[in-house]
Design a protein around this ligand. Sequence first.
Ligand SMILES: NC(=O)c1ccc[n+]([C@@H]2O[C@H](COP(=O)([O-])OP(=O)(O)OC[C@H]3O[C@@H](n4cnc5c(N)ncnc54)[C@H](O)[C@@H]3O)[C@@H](O)[C@H]2O)c1
Length: 360
Amino acid sequence: MGEIRLAVVGVGNCAAALLRGIEYHRARPDDGAGLMLPEVGSYRPWDIRVVAAFDVDARKVDRPLAEALAAPPNCAAGDGPLPESDVRVRMGPVLDGVAAHMADYSADRAFRVSDAEPVDVARVLRDSRAQVLVNYLPVGSEAASRHYAACCLEAGVSLVNCMPAFIVSDPAWGERFRRAGIPCVGDDVKSQVGATVIHRTLARLLAERGARLERTYQLNTGGNTDFLNMLERSRLASKKVSKTEAVQSALAEPLPADRIHIGPSDYVPWQGDNKVCFLRLEARGFGGAPIAFEARLSVQDSPNSGGVAVDAIRVCQVARDRGHAGPLLPISAYTMKHPPAQMSEPEARAAIEAYLAAGR
Ligand SMILES: NC(=O)c1ccc[n+]([C@@H]2O[C@H](COP(=O)([O-])OP(=O)(O)OC[C@H]3O[C@@H](n4cnc5c(N)ncnc54)[C@H](O)[C@@H]3O)[C@@H](O)[C@H]2O)c1
């Protein structure tokens, strides 16, 4: 047991919020706020230690981890200090990780790919004795995500895929992990109290009360680099599928495509890491009477998924300890928008608790 040796791909806002959050909870071990599963086997969030990190941004590559996490354009606020670490950020293979328009924004946001030579990722993973790799690449990084996933297979490292490239939920990739004897969790992390889980819960509530959902939308705006990247609509396809399927799967009957609209909607620079979600559900009740529900959610986007990622990482490590392999179904359904198999949150949580209890 002991520590979980983590490799981080993409030293952006989510990585910064995850690692700051871990330091926050290390300093306050009795503060359970933000933790859905405080105990996972014997692992506490602060048992996660970064042993390797990869990025391609010239402001982050070859810098000590804490400096890179604090470098622009990262803007995730957090109460925790940054981790003390001797890890330096290594240059990864760029592939399709960077959208062309990222270089066009104002000075502090301007992106430049580092001139450093890309490292051999599988080798760094082996040399650092990483156990779990968390993928935080930008939306649309399909080839890059598959490259890092293949390096996981080569190096015997588990994948926790927090972004919407469909790897863990792809049966062929899932089988590759199973055959390699490596557990994995994915794809596209849900937030702790985010648009997806609220939308799913409201849709289920309407169904439980006998109302029929007729139309719905979920519009999201934010000002971090995730939202900036998603201005390029060609990179968005998998994100829209992931977010839409997460809601459709909570309905008794899926809505026709023209009656459900879910997506990242716009980039508002001054919002920074503050994400705002506008939700509307229109339904029919008894006698066909109309019911309309609207909600507005305002959150710090990146920390909102950190408490979920620490659960996915820790359950993945428990599965490694127990010699289990392939896609882990309940934890993927609980923590990810596009898992290999959808389950309701209460059903997934009960299955995780039973799995963890079985090993005591
Ligand atoms: N609550 C949330 O914030 C949330 C929820 C669900 C999913 N996600 C997903 O998590 C991912 C990360 O989000 P973020 O806010 O940290 O984004 P970000 O833009 O802040 O960070 C992405 C990082 O990846 C780096 N990168 C680009 N290409 C690379 C490559 N080939 N190799 C290594 N690094 C590379 C970038 O330089 C950047 O530092 C996104 O896909 C996002 O959609 C976030």
